[in-house]
Write a protein that binds this ligand. Structure first.
Ligand code: PMP
Length: 394
């Protein structure tokens, strides 16, 4: 009999994988994934960029390259972080990764030993929970409300928990709730972090997808002690298939990520780095992001309007200012995993909320995505879910 590592037990005993397979059926109206709208992928422009790369530097594109990443791309990333997030940085403080998912995997490997405590928002990104699990941590959840992580609760936990090694947060249009931290919370958070000197992973895949109101400063832009590790990605502003993300951190921390990257995969593929770099030279990425923002804002509006019109008052949901998700809370007696099967009979899907809590519970919540379905499907799907919710009310 094959014997597996102990850590695999934590990874394989989740039933969400089976549900996600069901949801992937093509006849389903799916609000379950977090997929960008494929109809907006700039395929033709990427093909032109790809042709130019192969003509001008085909041999370089096909060769191994440095672990840090292609210098011109890292420069553009640093410039973008200055412009969009007000973060003072440069190419030397950027490591290109295979999506920000790889940055999450490396974060736990860099900071966390078995049994160490990771603090995260309650709820938080399922993919981060799973990535961190490989390091066998103890998860502690910090309560959140509509303004983000609750700072009094964070302080309480830090004051009484000795071995917190890392804090993972998504302050902008959080996955799964769509919520954004207030400015006040951001400042308070940095004050607390500076006192305890604990590394923070600031995961920001959605920050540029703001539909209204002012941009909030990234935690990294408020970081005076080099404690914040910022994870960025091209997945939601360009295409996810290139698997291009980045880590921005202090010299010391970035060198640790670099060691791990060398052992993991040596480097992010040269060819996609060169193509994304060329795309940004030939075309206007900002303009492309404007187009994405416009479509997602429209789809958010369609989903919100239909939810307001059809969901019963017992269902509470978030009104995101950006990003891809809204989060629904039902009365505690409703089990959204069971309800997901009833919705599947009506050919509509969401992700049950329990999976977003590392320590379980909260089965009365669920996450809905609005970025990748056309208007008529959004309306039809939301109406079907509303009917199922009503049938489950006592
Ligand atoms: N972090 C968050 C919060 C996400 O929602 C996702 C993907 N949806 C990722 C990281 C990973 O994205 P990628 O690896 O494509 O950059």
């Amino acid at each position: 009999m094959v014997r597996y590592a102990k850590r695999m037990e934590q990874l394989t005993n989740s039933d969400i994988g089976d549900l996600l397979k069901l949801i992937a059926r093509p006849d389903i109206i799916s609000f379950a994934g977090g997929l960008p709208a494929a109809e907006l992928f700039p395929v033709d422009q990427l093909r032109q960029a790809c042709d130019a790369v192969m003509e001008e530097m085909g041999k370089v594109a096909c060769q191994y390259s440095s672990t840090e990443g292609f210098p011109a791309l890292r420069e553009k990333i640093a410039e973008r972080m200055k412009a969009k997030n007000n973060i003072e940085t440069d190419a030397d403080h950027i490591l290109v990764t295979s999506g920000s998912q790889q940055g999450l995997d490396f974060s736990a490997r860099v900071f966390v030993d078995k049994g160490d405590v990771i603090l995260m928002e309650s709820p938080s990104y399922l993919g981060a929970i799973n990535a961190f699990k490989a390091c066998e941590p103890t998860f502690m959840e910090v309560p959140t409300d509509e303004g983000g992580m609750v700072m009094e609760e964070l302080e309480k936990i830090l004051a009484t928990t000795p071995n917190v090694k890392m804090i993972y947060v998504i302050p902008d249009f959080q996955n799964p709730t769509g919520r954004t931290w207030t400015l006040e919370r951001r400042h308070k958070f940095m004050e607390i972090i500076n006192k305890y000197e604990i590394p923070v992973i600031e995961d920001n895949p959605y920050g540029e997808l703001r539909f209204e109101n002012e941009n909030m400063p990234a935690l990294k832009s408020l970081d005076t002690k080099g404690l914040v590790v910022f994870l960025g990605t091209f997945s939601k502003i360009l295409v996810p298939g290139y698997r291009l993300g980045w880590v921005c951190a202090s010299d010391e921390i970035l060198s640790m990520f670099n060691f791990i990257k060398q052992g993991a995969d040596l480097q992010t593929p040269t060819v996609t780095q060169l193509e994304a770099n060329k795309y940004m030279e030939m075309f206007d990425l900002d303009k492309h992001v404007d187009t994405i923002r416009e479509l997602y804002k429209h789809r958010r509006d369609v989903m919100m309007k239909t939810m307001e019109e059809t969901f019963p008052k017992e269902a509470k949901f978030t009104h995101p200012d950006g990003g891809l998700f809204t989060w629904v809370e039902l009365p505690e007696y409703i089990d959204t995993r069971k309800m997901a099967l009833q919705c599947l009979e009506k050919k509509v899907a969401y992700v049950p909320g329990g999976s977003f809590f590392p320590n379980g519970g909260h089965e009365n919540c669920f996450r809905m995505n609005y970025s990748c379905m056309p208007d008529d499907k959004i309306v039809e799907g939301v109406k079907a879910i509303a009917e199922v919710i009503k049938a489950n009310l006592k």
